[in-house]
Design a protein around this ligand. Structure first.
Ligand code: FAD
Length: 419
């Protein structure tokens, strides 16, 4: 159920969008392409929301997303926008911190090494099932914490005990149970294989970083965006709220209290991303995407990205690494993490750091969010000219939002089935 919530009336071509983050811009773009006259109201003095690139000597700092993972809709969008993608380096090692060292767990036949029985029957897939509960009978809690949680944290910034199974593995659809874990793995691989082959695939950025994508979308709609807009929210015919759920709740409280109540149930995680410019390489991260770090291993960050290895063209003269953490990081925290990875690093090796904190970085993809969104879909059945969009509704990634926005713009009355 990763889609826009609600619908608009296609016979009225005037649409008001609130919020010019990626969700507002991409929905505005597709609606405009379908012949709507869009006005986007943004309270900040710039567009892009979480997508912000800062140019520094010889490279870029991404304060939010560093890449768009392409699907067919994403690739078509880039063609329409005449944007040349800069692909991430292929075949980089994906490392996980195991026993104090970054290692390649998924290359070494993880399941057979752990001696697990893949023919075991997994639990029933109920509405309340968490990712941790699904994998626990197969791997045991300790291995879920060591292998599953860090990988999912890299996307959702939340441990697998909190993540809602049906949402995270939405490829399972409405299936209630698999005969074995082997069947589940087989199904996931089949879904992956069925994806169309694209001429450019994987993660991409742009010359100028992710900001280039935002600037191009904003350029297409330059006469339709009102920045620094501080007037109180007005519910007009054909309004789409594209802010985070908490702001949407505040805006809708006076006019749609039932919706506002559900939106207020959606919780957010805070995140810090610190980009560090070093004078020397972190050798254990050579030729790798970076490393994911399980909780309780003495690190402050849960992931460290090797920016130069991922996008060499955008980081020509810089050795830059981005630490992603739940809490705010001090200089000591940063040094401590770098030294745990590579003890030869000292304070003198740091050229400079860029520390960025988001209070409401990502919505928590837990059961509470799932139930709130489900209820919002039900409430919206009574609405025919109000919709809600954003990364709490249509998937956390930019790629999912592109597909959801495109589908909605094509047929904004085709209301989704609620399960
Ligand atoms: C550190 C980090 C790394 C990430 N990495 C990736 C990645 O590599 N790849 C990927 O696909 N995704 C990534 N994501 C996720 C992705 O960036 C977000 O899901 C997406 O950018 C969110 O877009 P949005 O429009 O839903 O929300 P936002 O970006 O939060 O935009 C909401 C907008 O609404 C505006 N607004 C709020 N209240 C009002 C109001 N009352 N009136 C008018 N305007 C208002 C805000 O100012 C803002 O501009 C990452 C996220 C973070 C935080």
């Amino acid at each position: 159920m990763k889609r826009v919530i609600g619908k608009i009336d296609p016979s009225d071509k005037n649409v008001s969008i609130w919020g010019a983050g990626f969700s507002g811009l991409i929905l505005g773009y597709y609606l405009k392409s379908e012949g709507y006259k869009v006005t986007i109201y943004e309270k900040a003095n710039k567009v892009g929301g979480k997508i912000q690139t800062k140019k520094v000597d010889g490279g870029f700092i991404e304060k939010g997303p560093n890449a768009l993972y392409l699907n067919a809709d994403g690739l078509e969008l880039l063609k329409e926008l005449k944007l040349e993608p800069v692909p991430a380096t292929k075949k980089l090692k994906r490392l996980l911190m195991i026993n104090g060292k970054p290692k390649r767990p998924f290359q070494m036949g993880l399941l057979s090494r752990l001696g697990v029985n893949v023919y075991k029957k997994p639990p029933l897939i109920t509405d309340g099932l968490t990712v941790s509960e699904f994998f626990r009978p197969l791997l045991g809690q300790e291995n879920v914490n060591r292998f599953i949680s860090p990988v999912l944290s890299g996307v959702y910034a939340a441990p697998s005990e909190q993540l809602h199974f049906r949402t995270i593995f939405d490829q399972v659809g409405t299936k209630a149970q698999y005969e074995s874990y082997f069947d589940f793995i087989k199904h996931m691989l089949k879904v992956q294989k069925a994806q169309p082959k694209l001429e450019v695939s994987g993660s991409v950025s742009f010359e100028g970083g992710m900001q280039t994508l935002i600037n191009r979308l904003a350029d297409v709609m330059k006469n339709d965006i009102k920045l620094n807009y501080r007037e109180p929210f007005k519910l007009k015919h054909n309004t789409i709220v594209c802010t985070d759920a908490m702001s949407a709740s505040e805006m809708l409280t006076p006019v749609k209290p039932e919706m506002a109540r559900e939106l207020s149930r959606i919780r957010y995680t805070e995140l810090t991303s610190v980009t560090v410019f070093l004078k020397r390489e972190i050798r254990p991260l050579n030729k790798s995407f970076g490393v994911l770090i399980p909780h309780d291993t003495g690190f402050n960050a849960f992931g460290i990205l090797n920016n130069k290895a991922i996008f060499p063209l955008n980081n020509e003269n810089l050795l830059s690494y981005t630490l992603i953490s739940k809490k705010k990081l001090t200089e000591e925290d940063i040094i401590s993490d770098l030294r745990q990875l590579f003890p030869e690093i000292g304070k003198e090796d740091i050229d400079h750091t860029e520390n960025n904190h988001w209070d409401r970085a990502l919505p928590l993809y837990d059961l509470q969010r799932y139930l709130a969104v489900k209820k919002l879909h039900q409430i919206s059945l009574k609405e025919d000219h109000l919709a809600l969009f954003g990364n709490y509704a249509a998937g956390i990634s930019l790629r999912e939002m592109i597909t959801a926005a495109k589908n909605f713009a094509k047929d904004p009355q085709n209301y989704p089935e609620t399960t």
